[in-house]
Design a protein around this ligand. Structure first.
Ligand SMILES: Cc1cc2nc3c(=O)[nH]c(=O)nc-3n(C[C@H](O)[C@H](O)[C@H](O)COP(=O)(O)O)c2cc1C
Length: 437
C-alpha cells in the first residue's frame, strides 16, 4: 500500500567512465574518472535533479584489467572536498574501508568534509572485499566475518569521536580570550578488542552532528552492522520478491537496536537504459554490450564470484556455487538470477559487464518510472541508487525524462526543503551522546 506523502530518495553512483564496464566507448561519453570537470558536471546534473546524494566508491588496489574507473581514479575524499566548493545541496558520499584505515583518520576526514560542505558528508563504511588491498598494506586480509567484527568496533569509534565535541564548544570570546569551552570537549578513552583511541578529535562538532553512514553489505553480519548503525543502505537486487524479502529482513532487525525502520533508507542499485521507444532503449543496451571487452568482464565476474572464471565454457549453464569470502551480496543476487533464468557463463559475463552485477532496466521513461514506482510502493526499497551506463548522457536522460515523471506523480521532491543530507533524508540531527544529560 502506498503511504501518502512517502517519497523516494535518489542517489547516483559516480564512475567517470560510466557504470557500464565499457560505458566510456559510447559516443559522447566521458572518458576519465581522473578529471574534475567530469565529476563537477555529474554533481551539477544531480542537483538539477534534486538528488539526495552522489556516491563515490573506492578500493585500495589497481590492476589494468579492472573496470576503468576502478583501475584509475582519485582518492574520493579529495575529490569530494573539491565538489563541496562547487555544489550547494547534494549529499557527498564516499567509501572508506574499515579494514585498511584507522578510525581516527576516517572520523576526521568525514568531519572535515561535513564542515566544508555545510552538512552534506556521508561515509560508506565497507569492509573491503578484495584481498588485493592487503598486499598494499603489508597485511593479511582478514576473513569475511572477522572483517565485520572489526567494522562493528571501527564504526563505534568513529561515531564516538564525532561525539567528543558538544555543540557550541568553539566560543571565540574576545572579552575573556577563551577560544574553546573546555567543558564542551571530552576525550573518548576507547579501549576495545581492535582499537585504542583516546580522543578528542581535532575537528569540532559538525553541521550534521554526525555525518551520514552508508553501508552496502548484505551478508548476515553486513545486515546486522547496517541495522545497528547505517542511515542509508545500498542493496544489490535482481528480483522484486527477493528485494522485498531483503528489505523486510533489514528493517525487522532495527527495533532490536532501538531504532525505527524509517531511520534507514534502502536504495538498490539500478542501471536504467532509456530510449524514446522500447526498441531504441534495447538498441542502446545492445550497443553498450557490444563494446564489452571480455577480459574486463571476466575480471569483474571473478571478483563478484570469488573464483577464477577464465576456463569456463561460455555455453555451459552456471552451476550452484558457494558464496565467496569477498562479498555475499553480489554473488547471491547474481547466482539466484542465474538459477531462475538458467543462465550460461556467457550470460553471466554480460551481466557482470553491464552493471557489475546490479539490476538493469531498459525502456521508455514512462516504463522505467512505472517499474521504479512499483518497487517503491511494494516496499522493496525507499528509493534508488541510479547507475548511469555512461556520463553525462545517460544521467541527463534519467534526470530530464524520468525524474519529472516521478515528481508529477508525487513520488519525488520538486525541490530541496533543506540544505543538509540529513534534512534530505528526513533524519533528525543527533545530539552528542557523550554530553547527554
Ligand atoms: C552499491 C555498492 C557500493 C559498494 N562500494 C564499495 C566500495 O566502494 N568499496 C568496497 O570495497 N566495497 C564496496 N561495496 C562492497 C560492500 O560494501 C561490502 O563490503 C561487500 O559487498 C561485502 O559485504 P557482504 O558480504 O556483507 O555482502 C559496495 C557494494 C555495493 C552494493
Amino acid at each position: 500500500m502506498p503511504t501518502p506523502g512517502r517519497q523516494m530518495h535518489l542517489g547516483v553512483f559516480v564512475l567517470g567512465t560510466g557504470n557500464h564496464i565499457a560505458g566510456w566507448r559510447y559516443p559522447g561519453a566521458a572518458q576519465s574518472f581522473e578529471d574534475l570537470a567530469v565529476v563537477q558536471q555529474i554533481a551539477r546534473i544531480a542537483e538539477r535533479g534534486k538528488y539526495d546524494l552522489i556516491f563515490i566508491g573506492d578500493n585500495l588496489a589497481s590492476e589494468p584489467g579492472m573496470h576503468p574507473s576502478y583501475a584509475a581514479r582519485f582518492e574520493p575524499l579529495t575529490k569530494l572536498a573539491a565538489l563541496a566548493a562547487t555544489t550547494t545541496h547534494v549529499g557527498l558520499g564516499a567509501t572508506a574501508s574499515t579494514t585498511y584505515n584507522e578510525p581516527y583518520n576516517v572520523a576526521r576526514a568525514f568531519a572535515s568534509l561535513d564542515h566544508l560542505s555545510g552538512g552534506r558528508a556521508a561515509w560508506n563504511a565497507v569492509t573491503s572485499s578484495g584481498g588485493l588491498a592487503a598486499e598494499n598494506f603489508g597485511r593479511i586480509h582478514p576473513e569475511h566475518d572477522a572483517r565485520y567484527e572489526i567494522a562493528e568496533e571501527f564504526v563505534d569509534v568513529v561515531r564516538g569521536l564525532w561525539d567528543c565535541w558538544d555543540d557550541g564548544a568553539v566560543v571565540r570570546d574576545h572579552a575573556t580570550g577563551q577560544y574553546i569551552d573546555p567543558a564542551k570537549v571530552r576525550p573518548l578513552h576507547h579501549q576495545g578488542r581492535f582499537f585504542k583511541v583516546r580522543g578528542p578529535l581535532s575537528t569540532s562538532r559538525t553541521p550534521q552532528g554526525q555525518p551520514i553512514i552508508l553501508q552496502a553489505g548484505s551478508s548476515g553480519p553486513g545486515l546486522a552492522l547496517a541495522a545497528r548503525t547505517a542511515d542509508v543502505v545500498f542493496a544489490v537486487v535482481q528480483d522484486l520478491d527477493e528485494a522485498k524479502d531483503g528489505y523486510a529482513a533489514l528493517k525487522s532487525r532495527m527495533p532490536g537496536f532501538g531504532r525505527h525502520p524509517d531511520e534507514i533508507a534502502v536504495l538498490p542499485g539500478v542501471m536504467p537504459v532509456i530510449g524514446r521507444t522500447d526498441a531504441e532503449a534495447r538498441e542502446k543496451l545492445n550497443t553498450l554490450q557490444g563494446f564489452v571487452n571480455s577480459d574486463n568482464a571476466r575480471s569483474m565476474l571473478a571478483s563478484r564470484l570469488g573464483i577464477d572464471v577464465a576456463g569456463f565454457p561460455p555455453d555451459d549453464l552456471v552451476p550452484d556455487l558457494p558464496l565467496p569470502d569477498s562479498s555475499h551480496g553480489f554473488a547471491r543476487a547474481m547466482l539466484a538470477k542465474a538459477r531462475r533464468e538458467r543462465m550460461t557463463w556467457r550470460d553471466m559475463f554480460n551481466l557482470a559487464g553491464a552493471a557489475r552485477g546490479h539490476w538493469v532496466i531498459c525502456g521508455t521513461p514512462e516504463a522505467v518510472a512505472d517499474t521504479l514506482q512499483q518497487w517503491f510502493e511494494a516496499r522493496a526499497c525507499d528509493g534508488f541508487n541510479i547507475l548511469p551506463a555512461y556520463f553525462p548522457g545517460a544521467f541527463d536522460d534519467f534526470v530530464d525524462m524520468v525524474v519529472p515523471i516521478l515528481q508529477e506523480r508525487g513520488l519525488f521532491r520538486q525541490d530541496y526543503a533543506g540544505t543538509t543530507l540529513r534534512e534530505h533524508l528526513g533524519l533528525a540531527r543527533p545530539p552528542s551522546r557523550l554530553f547527554a544529560p
